[in-house]
Design a protein around this ligand. Structure first.
Ligand code: ZN
Length: 411
């Protein structure tokens, strides 16, 4: 058999039986076995380093990234962030959105991300400007990353006249996913119903921002679970943030988890934003507001960790590194047992791919040859040490190099 490339001595994530060689042919994994014959293709020795299929970002906002210089960020509240970005959005052009989004996307690619769902704001003021810019970006960077566009009404849907028509237009023009922000409308359940109706009309997955704050008395996620079940949208529905779950007793959290698992509703936790925006009324003992995704997973909920915002008033931080984000998550939620640390890596890889319904994700014969080599040997090391990606392949083609730092000892 002819190969285009052989990676030798790979420690493939979640493969029990030691090191193996990976043969790539025509952009796909052709053979994975020990001791492929020598001299049949260009080769690279990975020396036992951990190989993952690539990081998967399920929730980021490329269109409003890199806005720090244009916005105030004084109170650090959700309301301030929405208001400041709403003002900045009035100056958006396709070129401007494309330029900032490509800067952010390139950082993600260089940090080992090769699958991504970005939210995109559409409303009667910005129209389809950001959506069209990101559509072009999706095509231009398809060599390195699969990008899904999720259109959503950040400034409200029912209470923002004309927004529904813009969303429908974006879906007609090929938006991959429909999103919501029910807390922005007086009738949050009305918005949830409208989003599910759009999802059914266009046969697309749904992804909500909801249940911010720390008062778990009212949870919109219950309504999302009800409609996911009624619509047959289990496995196609995700909710992001859900900081209210961080304020629940273990019994309350278990009840919510069982409800989510039964309905097939996935949860995305966004530690950087939730840590920045939560608890702004407290002047000491500030609550963390990060939902314990690993505890929800124990009850069968599909959970993942993602970046959300980058360099804007929602989150004035960000390098688009998902390995850094999972380290932050594990640290903040006090994960310490080695096996738990190891399974945290799933929340930026396999669990995230499941949320995106990627059927051909994973290092297996016949799948697209997408992979990232990490500078470590185990999953727990990757999380604890923020192990850096050294290089990545997309459909068998190398997309980035990031050589490990070396010491220059005096001779
Ligand atoms: Zn978001």
């Amino acid at each position: 058999m002819m190969f285009d490339l052989i990676l030798r001595n790979a420690r493939i994530v979640d493969r029990e039986s030691g090191l193996a060689d990976i043969g790539v042919s025509n952009g796909r994994f052709a053979v994975i076995e020990v001791g492929l014959p020598k001299g049949v293709a260009p080769k690279e020795d990975l020396n036992g380093r951990l190989v993952v299929p690539g990081f998967v970002e399920t929730h980021i906002h490329l269109d409003k990234s890199c806005l720090l210089g244009r916005c105030n960020c004084e109170k650090g509240t959700l309301e301030e962030a929405i208001g400041e970005v709403a003002k900045a959005k009035r100056g958006f052009t396709e070129e401007d959105v494309y330029q900032r989004a490509s800067q952010t996307l390139e950082k993600a690619i260089k940090n080992g991300t090769n699958q991504m769902r970005t939210h995109v704001e559409v409303d009667p003021r910005v129209g389809l400007t950001s959506f069209r810019a990101l559509k072009k970006l999706k095509q231009d960077y398809a060599w390195a990353i699969d990008l899904q566009l999720c259109v959503f009404p950040q400034e409200g849907l029912l209470d923002d006249s004309g927004c529904e028509d813009i969303m429908l237009q974006a879906l007609k023009e090929g938006a991959d996913v429909v999103g919501g922000a029910p807390y922005m409308d007086k009738d949050s359940h009305g918005q949830i119903a409208k989003i599910f109706a759009m999802a059914k009309q266009f046969d697309v997955d749904v992804d909500f921002h909801l249940d911010f704050g720390l008062d778990p008395a009212h949870l919109d996620l219950i309504e999302v679970c009800r409609l996911a079940e009624r619509s047959g949208w289990g496995g196609r529905t995700a909710i992001g943030h859900v900081t209210k779950l961080s304020a629940m007793s273990p019994q309350g959290l278990e009840a919510a988890a069982r409800r989510l698992a039964a309905a097939g509703v996935a949860v995305t936790v966004l530690p950087a934003t939730d840590l920045f925006l939560t608890g702004r009324d407290n002047d000491h003992n500030v609550p963390r507001g990060v939902t314990p995704a690993h505890r929800l997973r124990a009850f069968g909920v599909n959970c993942n960790i993602s970046t959300n915002n980058v360099l804007n008033p929602f989150t004035p931080f960000g390098d688009c590194s998902l390995i850094r984000m999972i380290n932050l998550y594990a640290n903040v939620t006090q994960v310490g047992v080695t096996s738990d640390l190891a399974s945290c890596l799933d929340m930026v890889t396999s669990a995230s791919a499941k949320l995106l319904n990627r059927k051909d994700y994973g290092i297996a014969v016949g799948h697209p040859a997408d992979l990232v080599v990490l500078d470590c040997e185990t999953k727990a090391e990757a999380v604890c040490e923020v192990a850096q990606p050294l290089f990545g392949l997309k459909s068998g083609i190398r997309t980035f190099n990031k050589p490990a730092a070396t010491l220059l000892r005096p001779i």
